[in-house]
Design a protein around this ligand. Structure first.
Ligand SMILES: [Zn+2]
Length: 241
């Protein structure tokens, strides 16, 4: 039975950065890593950031194509490292809502445990949690789904530990993880581009003013993305002195 999840600090940082990209919608991604022999401990060394299929409040959907993307990335890392890396977990965010997994989360997680691996783990990042003194904090949990005797589903909280990557000989896994920072920036831009294309396609060819308006909104959003997300993400990659 899974007891502990160890995350490389880059993985933890990247999941948090991904969760901070929006305070109104859930984000999600997959976790790559390996399990020890008796599957009591997981070591998470990288992630795969996935674009949202449906952009809606408090809702994440897992596309089978995304799972395939996770397995392919794991396969590639397995070849490069010679280690049995697999797609071994998923993470998503709960912006402004309580951190425990919802019924949908518990069912999704149970399916992963059944069809992917029994040590498959779910992480939830509770971002933008406001405290009484108006401070905002982030909480994170790791969980699996347990089926009780009466068939009810319940979460089982797993110990989560964040460790410096320098403690492990995992250079190329860290490189893959850092590459995902770039992917995060790309994903944000792609999502905005999709919304812009959708808005433009809703207009008739002679609705010129509408098109100019959409373009202005698109440019404003891209500038905001640069200022509020992409610049800080890049700044976080500069090593501390
Ligand atoms: Zn959830």
């Amino acid at each position: 039975m899974l007891k502990e999840v160890i995350l490389l600090e880059e993985v933890y940082k990247l999941c948090c950065l991904h969760a901070y990209t929006t305070d109104s919608e859930e984000i999600m991604g997959l976790l790559l890593g390996l399990a020890n022999e008796d599957k009591t401990r997981l070591f998470i060394s990288s992630i795969v950031i996935t674009p949202r299929k449906v952009k809606e409040d408090s809702r994440v959907e897992i596309d089978p194509a995304i799972l395939l993307q996770g397995s392919e990335a794991a396969e590639k890392l397995k070849e490069e490292t010679g280690k049995p890396i697999q797609c071994i977990g998923w993470y998503h965010s709960h912006p402004k809502i309580t951190i425990p997994p919802s019924h949908v989360d518990l069912n999704t997680q149970l399916n992963f445990q059944k069809y992917m691996d029994k040590s498959f783990v779910g992480l939830i990042f509770g971002s933008y949690q406001t405290l009484h003194n108006h401070c905002v904090r982030t909480e994170a949990i790791a969980f699996q789904t347990e089926v009780l005797k009466d068939k009810q589903r319940k979460e089982r909280i797993i110990t989560m530990t964040v460790r410096p990557s320098l403690d492990y000989p995992v250079k190329c896994m860290v490189e893959h993880c850092l590459g995902q920072f770039t992917n995060l920036c790309k994903t944000l831009i792609e999502e905005e581009k999709r919304e812009y294309d959708q808005a433009q396609s809703n207009l008739l060819p002679d609705q010129i003013l509408g098109k100019i308006h959409n373009l202005a909104v698109h440019n404003k959003t891209l500038t905001k993305l640069m200022e509020l997300y992409i610049d800080p993400i890049m700044a976080s990659l500069v090593p501390h002195k």
